[in-house]
Structure formats: structure tokens, C-alpha cells
Design a protein around this ligand. Sequence first.
Ligand code: NAD
Length: 266
Amino acid sequence: MKRLQDRVALVTGSSSGIGAAVAKSMAAEGAKVIVNYARSSKGAEAVVEEIKTAGGEAISIQADVSQEDQVKSMFLQTFEAYETIDILVNNAGLQKDAAFVNMTLDQWNTVIGVNLTGQFLCAREAAKEFMRRGVIPEKSCSAGSIICMSSVHEVIPWAGHCNYAASKGGVMLLMKSMAQELAPHKIRVNSIAPGAIKTPINRDAWDTPEAEAELLKLIPYNRVGIPEDIGKAAVWLASDEAEYVQGTTIFVDGGMTLYPGFATGG
Ligand code: NAD
């Protein structure tokens, strides 16, 4: 029996990077996966094909997670295809970086809209379905699992990225408050906080040897993360192996949150 056998998992923003790895890892553990994408279907179709070639099951659904009507439509399409949902991975996210005094309201609203409001909108639809359906003991001991993709920047301030850090700090207390409120319904809510993972979102930080060497100064484990590091953590966190894990953030960051500047005495 695979760890996520027959569970329906919706992974937002999974046409690239961490989301694609989470989608593939969950499918490899038996989940039926919905690969959500915002605009172009190309990346999402490639992920679906890769999952199917490996013997798994997946479909793709378009939706901008910051738009309520599109999120509702995505969940309806999910129920049409698979009747219900068991796992939501709130992964979609973006950056619009600017010095604080130059940051436009549009840059602020776009990042908060996708990274924070998007997580609220998707989690609300998932939680409603988990509560309606309840626990199916043959599938899982929980009624459902929500994983919020946060960041080390839920605790590390980030100059030049106030909108992003605010969104991830917001995700932390959104996650914890949902976890507290939904726990009596046997709904599990947790976050994963990746450190630096090689994906398109941060390509500038690792795609030259000089940039990577600079980045490694922030990572005690001395390796930049890869999307599969997060895929493995997400599978475990969604599975019944993590049944008693509730309202917490799992940092998958090679020690980035360990104040590496103090490693030699500070
Ligand atoms: P990425 O750019 O490859 O993935 C982000 C995905 O979100 C893309 O597929 C994008 O199309 C999608 N997306 C953006 N706006 C959307 C919208 N409105 N609706 C639906 N989908 C949308 O980058 P990634 O690194 O894989 O990022 C995934 C998540 O991990 C993000 O939440 C990001 O903040 C978080 N994260 C990444 C790192 C890292 O080092 N890569 C570190 C910490 C946290």
C-alpha cells in the first residue's frame, strides 16, 4: 500500500519548480493529482504526462488562485473528475521585488493576492469539502490535509522583499489559526518552509558559480536545495505517518534559519 494511495491531491502552481516536484512525488505514492496552473498549460501538461508515463494519475486545471471565482471553479472541476479532495498543497507563489520606498501598491497587492489570499481561498474550499465528507477510514485517519508552502521568510526578515516576507508571515498565522479551528474536524493543517531551492523563482541566486557560492554562505548544510527535497517532505506531511502533526511549520532549509552568521562565534 502506497502512502497516499487513492487520495486526491490538488497542488496549486504545480507546472514548475517545487509544485511540480510535489505533484510528481505525491503521484508516485499513489495520489491522483490535480496539476494547477495560472496561465500557460504547457508546463502543466508536461508534468501530467510525466506522471502518467511513470504509471500515475493526473489532470491539469487552470485557475488563478487569487481570483475567488476561478478557485471555486477549480474545485468544482476537481469534484467532477474525482468526486472529492483529500490533500491541498497551497504552493502557488510569486515575487515582485522592490526597495521598500519604491514598492508600488500593485506590487504589494499582487504578492499578497497570490501568496496569502490565494492560500485562504483554496484552503476554504478544501476545508468545506473535508467537513462535508469527514473521515474515510479506509483512505486515511484524517478528514483531509492542507499543506501551506511558506518560506524561511515567515521568520527571516527580507529587505527588498517586504511584500513577500509579509505574505509568508501572514501564511504562518493563517495556517496556525486554521489548524486550531479545523483540528476538531480531524483536518490537518501545516506548513513547509523551504530555504533556498533551485527553481525559476530564484534563478539569479544560483545559476552562476559565483552566485551559488554567495548563497551557500547562508546554508550551513552547504548544499542548495532541490525541489525533490520539498516533494519528499510534502509526501510525509500529507501521509498518515504525520497524523499527529498539527499547526506546525517544517523547515526544509539546510539550516538557513540557524543564524549562520553566528557559526564562528558571531
Ligand atoms: P516557481 O516560480 O517555479 O513556482 C511558482 C508557481 O506558482 C509557478 O508555477 C507559477 O505559475 C504559479 N503561480 C504564480 N501565480 C499564480 C496564480 N495567481 N495562480 C496559480 N498559480 C500561480 O517557484 P517555486 O520556487 O517552485 O515556488 C513555489 C512556492 O515555494 C512558492 O510559494 C514560493 O514562495 C515557495 N518558496 C520557494 C523557495 C525557493 O527557494 N524556490 C523558497 C521558499 C519558498
